[in-house]
Design a protein around this ligand. Structure first.
Ligand code: ADP
Length: 407
């Protein structure tokens, strides 16, 4: 019996190693304590790498609160398995996502797990998931310097290194010193420190105010002889975007804060000695129409004045402008979409300045094209007038039923 168990364990280890060998760079995102923005940084880092053309995987194994599904608006997605294992969720073109949260029935399940169960769950999320070949495997690790991050290092075997997230306050800076000492002890290279929530940029005057002492992370990195990757300011749009499941870097890619995140990515690539893949020449869509900030524009496929269940088969689109200040619809336009060709609708709707699509059913590919174009997608709405659907969506009362056409 013991013999069989040993053989099983060896098989498991072999499968794990085989899977990990398919990942070129394995990066653990660590923090000395919770609440410093580790998951936010991990999500935006992974998305940004994907947008830069790298095949990226994002694994969330934060037992204290697996928040990646919420951050990416994937909370209600279902996981499918096939003969090759569990299929990760796909975000945009290059990013595959898997979270401990997707395996849990209740959000409180994971915290009561004992050590061996946690180890088993982490291994399963690596070896049983169809990750495929990846350039970057980003792991949103449990915070702190205890047994949990240690288990992750042991399971990943030879991670490329760790990105350590801190805030400028003294306490978390001293926590982060512990994280760096931890990395030294377990021989995990520190790829760099990111100082998050560093100064507040006023949205009106664009002046930077250092609410917590800014620059602490930089000083600490110098002091401890580790690489400093950059600062991300305290950005109100990060909070709103995360709460709405709209990852910041996708939706605010041109903002000053996004530029700071780009610098961090560039610094990380330089430190690792990697460079961006040559972009594939694809025609860029025309710039979307500029709308005032208080206007949310919805795009809804319609037939006979109501939602058309099969996206792409509709002959008209309702473009509805909702004024978030006045809390009402201020304009409805019915437009004829261009002839139905793969990839045409996402481009056209992006050019129309649409922020949100409400659909009955939609194929995976179309959905990803919208996400790539920075458009939010709500799938599974029931037949109703476009106005009713928009009002229900604004009030967060729109119910997602079955995807009526997921081919
Ligand atoms: P952790 O993973 O370290 O526990 P989270 O990523 O869950 O932390 O972030 C904690 C909270 O801080 C979230 O509400 C998130 O939206 C917010 N947050 C993270 N980074 C920033 C930032 N740069 N500016 C503003 N809010 C942020």
């Amino acid at each position: 019996m013991a013999h069989e168990e040993n053989a099983d364990m060896m098989m498991e280890e072999l499968e794990l190693t085989k899977k990990l060998d398919q990942f070129k760079h394995k990066i653990m995102v660590l923090s000395g304590k919770g609440g410093v923005g580790k998951s936010t940084v991990a999500a935006n880092l992974a998305i940004s790498l994907g947008l830069n053309g790298f095949k990226t995987g994002l694994l969330d194994i934060d037992f204290h609160g697996p928040s990646i599904p919420k951050l990416l608006g994937l909370e209600h997605e279902t996981i499918h398995t096939d003969e090759n294992g569990i299929n990760p969720l796909v975000y945009g073109t290059n990013l595959k996502v898997m979270s401990l949260g997707m395996l849990l029935k209740s959000k409180d399940d994971a915290v009561i797990w004992r050590g061996p169960m946690k180890m088993g769950a982490i291994k399963q999320l690596i070896k049983d998931v169809n990750w495929g070949e990846l350039d970057y495997f980003i792991i949103d690790s449990p915070p702190g310097t205890g047994d949990e991050p240690l288990s992750v290092v042991q399971i990943i075997k030879n991670p490329t290194g760790a990105v350590v997230v801190t805030t400028p306050q003294d306490l978390s800076v001293s926590d982060v010193r512990r994280s760096i000492t931890f990395c030294d002890k377990v021989k995990l290279p520190v790829l760099g420190v990111i100082e998050n929530m560093s100064g507040f940029i006023c949205p009106h005057c664009h002046e930077k105010t250092d609410i917590f002492k800014s620059g602490g992370g930089q000083v600490m990195a110098k002091d401890m002889n580790v690489n400093f990757l950059g600062q991300i300011p305290l950005e109100p749009d990060i909070v709103t975007a995360s709460d709405e499941g709209r990852p910041y870097i996708y939706y605010y890619g041109k903002s000053e804060t996004a530029k700071k995140i780009d610098i961090i990515i560039q610094n990380l690539l330089t430190f690792i000695g990697d460079s961006k893949p040559v972009p594939q020449a694809e025609p860029q869509p025309a710039e979307p129409e500029k709308l005032p900030e208080n206007i949310k524009r919805y795009g809804i496929p319609v037939t006979d004045g109501k939602l058309c269940q099969h996206f792409g088969h509709s002959d008209k689109f309702a473009l509805i402008d909702y004024d978030l200040e006045q809390n009402k619809i201020i304009k409805t336009e019915i437009k004829n979409p261009p002839p139905h060709e793969p990839g045409i609708l996402p481009k056209w709707l992006h050019e129309q300045g649409v922020h949100v699509i409400i659909a009955g059913g939609m194929g995976e590919r179309a959905k990803n094209l919208f996400i790539d174009a920075g458009i939010e997608v709500f799938i599974g709405a029931a037949v109703d007038t476009p106005e009713n659907l928009v009002c229900a969506h604004v009030k967060k009362e729109l119910i997602a039923g079955e995807n009526m056409c997921d081919h």
